[in-house]
Design a protein. Sequence first.
Length: 434
Amino acid sequence: MNKSNVRWPNSLWAAMTPSGPELPELTGTQQADVIVIGGGFTGLSTALHLREAGVDVAIVEAAEPGWGASGRNNGQVIPTLSRPDPEDIVAKHGEAGERFVGMLRDSASYLFDVTRRYNIDAEGEQAGWVQPVHSPGRIKIAERRVRQWSKFGAPVELLSREQTRDMLGSDAWFGGFWNRTGGHINPLALARGLARTVLELGARIYARSPAESFERRNDRWVVKTAKGEISGRALVVATNAYSGEFSKSLVPDIAREVMPVLSWQMATQPLSDNVRKTIIPGRQAMSDTHGELYFARYDARNRLVTGGAVVGPGNKVERIKARVTERLQRLWPQIGEVSFDYVWNGYVGMTTDFLPRIHKLGPNAYGWTGCNGRAVALTIPLGNELAKAVRGVPENELALPFTGPVPIVGHGILRKLAPLMLLVYRRRDAREMA
């Protein structure tokens, strides 16, 4: 029942968030109507919506709820995908793509509504999300996204360079767009709050119980762990970027169709009120169009939570501190001296086309991967759709564009080489600005 064998990252969220509920390991032989593998946002949301419908559900989690990507990210609540726009999604997936776009459009508001409905204190601020453009030529991206998302009813607005400067407190960008429904949240507090909620609703969560395999036996799905097994009528696999981290044989095709990319997060000391009012004064979440992404948001204690990427040998923590310090002082000279109290990292699940992959794994069995840096908003309504699927809602009513798993050729080698893409992005960004 203790958590001594679960090592949490040295993150702002782990330091500031109350502990999660005490949870048992999976031992012996258990049963449920639906089994969910993975206690991150998707798994917890799936269980929440199943319990709202009165369905018996159990989560099998390798560590603790929120231990993986769900509790390690920046906490930006972004109701878009990172690269594909609505027309791209519809062109690839047709009517299912249209339903998915509708779900994505409303995803940020859906998340904040869930936290309000269940009184989950996760430091949520629905202040909007801004995507500024880092070069004059990139304004075409903002114009395209505003046009396409407006067509689908999203509350988006094109920003001039002057408006962007006023909104962000910096002359570094050339315009952009914003979505009023976005914002930011303490992601670990959200995960732990969802875990408490699903327990209160009658679900079970088994922690420190990595799923080793699952199989179809006597018309039921059987999930095995080191100390026990659990069977159920239906199954949802919600392991995303960590699909291959605990068991290489759990979902090998899914694990190999997503590239786990290490993303570094960091939090400054709290900014003074005078400085904070000049840097993103409206407290929006911000992530721009650089290949080497620039992003920032505030936490509830006025720390600027940002991050970046680092490649190569050496002390990576000190190197990324130096690099991001230079970046913040260049973007916002008024920030003065910068000191980081917390630096941590976690995997982002990237796909080759930057689209999530949603799969039918067999009778009443579903899985997905590929958050591409947009999991916080996406996963909460996605869990609702997966809950509908295992309850038998017809496929033509689901916002789930199903595909078959397509593993990346040479996945193991490419995973080792993937960090080098940062150098490519840096060169492209520099050439574009030149």
